[in-house]
Design a protein around this ligand. Structure first.
Ligand SMILES: [Zn+2]
Ligand SMILES: [Zn+2]
Length: 425
């Protein structure tokens, strides 16, 4: 099933020949360097104890269906991946994706320098409070939808450090203008009583984007046809109001105190995940070129203690099998969960469903939370193939991933001269 090459599957279209489009296959040395860079960034990534995902925008709303077995607290009160649906807030669906991803890191111990300084040796250990960080992953297709759903869900951006854009498509980028407006307002708010609510204490909100923002994207359905342009992506200026700034990264990196990982380019190793037929990009020279591979798409990931990587994929234009394969190679470990759009809707994409399901069986992520552009045929196939691990990603829903419970600490013997307190049982 895996073709073994690191570039896109070859075809006339794959190389975007209408106006001499770019070739995307990385040379072996460059591919090795990219993987090494990704592994170096992953090595800095810290483990987290919990991941909470709130779906602000998704194609589908369904507040009534029960969760799959492994995500249902009613069936498994001890579940470490509980899902809670939302029915009463009145959130609305729309073609696109926006997630709020919140993580907590374990309290850690750090050496306390002895009084009077002199380095860390000989100091007492002090307990560091649990750390939390949050990002918005993509902004959905419209400012109004994002702002309305955030209001209905009662979410705020005071404690959110930034936003990551998966790729330059309007159903992911346009709503980021509303994220910027909300983040700017949160940074400009006067000091309140709650700890950390003072605007002066808040760091700038960072929009993490790929530098290859296209002039325009659209469809070229045949060589002589007129391009069908999509709407325009959000502008960089709209993402930089007071209190916000834009950071462009093509390379893999971490953010927010090394609690989140953003991949670089995703190698295309499967033969059947051959990009989006007819997808085109307008270059600075005004010419439209076939661009089926959308190479700037990145995934977001976190490292969940004791479980593995939790991967967030916006549209999976690389193919979800390529995404999971890359995440496994980068993390040198299992992918515990994939969350996001698998882009298996539309006629040419639906033909890839059987091979995708078969490959996911081999890769064996233990949770598949598919939404957005996955499509109902793929969702049905995934639900049939993975009845206990597939869970639709639905607007308003809250999905949690919790690290395994730690065993209780061993009992300490009482200090000399003190007796053991009596036990209750
Ligand atoms: Zn897309
Ligand atoms: Zn999309």
């Amino acid at each position: 099933m895996l073709a073994g090459n690191r570039g896109p599957a070859g075809s006339a279209e794959a190389h975007g020949t209408l106006a001499g489009g770019p070739a995307h296959a990385a040379e072996p040395e460059a591919a090795d360097a990219e993987l090494a860079a990704a592994r170096a960034a992953w090595a800095r990534l810290r483990e987290v104890e919990s991941v909470t995902v709130t779906v602000i925008v998704d194609n589908e709303t369904d507040g009534l269906s029960t969760p799959c077995r492994c995500c249902d607290p009613a069936l498994d009160p001890e579940t470490r991946t509980p899902y809670v649906s939302e029915f009463t807030a009145g959130v609305q669906a729309g073609h696109g994706l926006s997630l709020l991803v919140e993580v907590t890191a374990a309290p850690s111990t750090a050496a306390q320098p002895p009084e009077g300084g002199g380095g860390s040796s000989g100091g007492e250990e002090r307990r560091v409070e649990e750390e939390a960080a949050s990002v918005v992953f993509d902004g959905g297709p419209s400012e109004e939808l994002w702002a309305a759903n955030v209001r209905r869900l009662g979410l705020g951006l005071e404690r959110v450090g930034g936003a990551v854009l998966s790729h330059w498509h309007v159903d992911h980028s346009v709503g980021l203008a509303a994220v910027a407006a909300a983040a700017s307002a949160s940074r400009a708010a006067p000091c309140g009583d709650a700890p950390g609510s003072c605007a002066a204490a808040l760091a700038p909100f960072v929009f993490d984007v790929h530098p290859d923002r296209p002039l325009r994207r659209g469809l070229l359905l045949s060589a002589g046809a007129k391009p069908v342009p999509f709407n325009e992506d959000v502008s960089l200026e709209a993402l930089a109001p007071p209190g916000c700034r834009v950071e462009s990264h093509a390379e893999p990196h971490t953010l927010l105190s090394d609690l989140f990982f953003v991949s670089g380019a995703i190698p295309r190793v499967t033969a059947f995940e051959a990009g989006q037929p007819g997808h085109a990009t307008q270059g600075r020279d005004g010419l439209w070129r076939l661009d089926p591979h959308i190479m700037e798409e990145r995934y977001l990931a976190v490292r969940l203690r004791g479980q593995g990587a939790v991967v967030f994929s916006g549209c999976s234009h690389a193919g979800i099998v390529n995404v999971v394969t890359h995440a496994q190679q980068v993390s040198c470990g299992p992918v515990f969960a994939v969350v996001g759009g698998l882009h298996l809707a539309s006629r040419p994409m639906e033909a890839r469903i059987p091979e995708t399901v078969a490959a996911l069986r081999q890769l064996a992520p233990r949770r598949i939370l598919a939404g957005h552009c996955t499509g109902w045929r793929a969702k049905a196939a995934l639900a049939a193939a993975f009845p206990d691990t597939f869970q639709p990603c639905l607007v308003g829903g809250t999905y949690r991933f919790l690290a395994p419970q730690l065993p209780p600490p061993p009992e300490q013997p009482p200090p000399p001269g003190q007796s053991q307190p009596p036990r209750d049982n």
